[in-house]
Design a protein around this ligand. Structure first.
Ligand code: 5CA
Length: 158
């Protein structure tokens, strides 16, 4: 466990602090995209958690959307749900906010709490796989426990 990359150790520590049981796996192959992660984990792409950062167009408030790898965010639906339109910040903003580079952004372990929404389509699986801090590390987690830990609200994405 101690030979995990530093970014993964931050995710592991956050999980331990939250009492969230996770299993981080570092792969030889890339898990930068949902498709790559699904192939590496031997699961369907719907079982992969994409951790996507958006910001409110007016407020600049950041949102973390935990989206099934099979879905794309319906931006009109999200705007209705959140009360303002969203935009995608650039990669530098995302790195600054979360502490991780795109392709490895985990749903937990950020320097500050980010308001979080989760895709109901993830909740039907016994476990799902999310990025663990680097573009070749993932962790397996119960989606209900992930939602509870991140205080996520359910938001239909598809
Ligand atoms: N490790 C995988 C599976 S868990 C992963 O992190 N997937 S992901 O979907 O959460 O992260 C990749 C996402 O980053 C892409 O879906 C894409 O929407 C987003 N992205 C890629 N490039 C940029 C960029 N330059 N700025 C903002 N977002 C980007």
């Amino acid at each position: 466990m101690s030979d995990l990359p530093a970014a993964c150790l931050r995710v592991q520590a956050a999980a331990e602090t939250a009492g969230l049981a996770i299993r981080i796996v570092v792969r030889a192959e890339a898990t930068r995209t949902a498709e790559e992660a699904a192939a590496a984990c031997g699961c369907g792409v719907a079982q992969i958690v994409k951790s996507l950062v958006f910001v409110g167009k007016q407020s600049g408030k950041p949102w973390l959307l935990l989206v099934s790898g099979a879905n794309r965010v319906d931006e009109k639906g999200a705007a209705r749900h959140l009360g303002e339109p969203l935009k995608r910040p650039d990669a530098a903003f995302v790195r600054e906010l979360t502490g991780y580079a795109i392709g490895g952004i985990p749903p937990i372990g950020h320097p500050i709490d980010i308001a979080t929404c989760i895709d109901p389509d993830l909740m039907g699986f016994p476990t799902v796989w999310a990025a663990a801090g680097t573009p070749n590390a993932v962790f397996e987690v119960d989606p209900r426990a992930l939602a509870a830990t991140t205080k996520a609200t359910l938001m239909p994405m598809a």
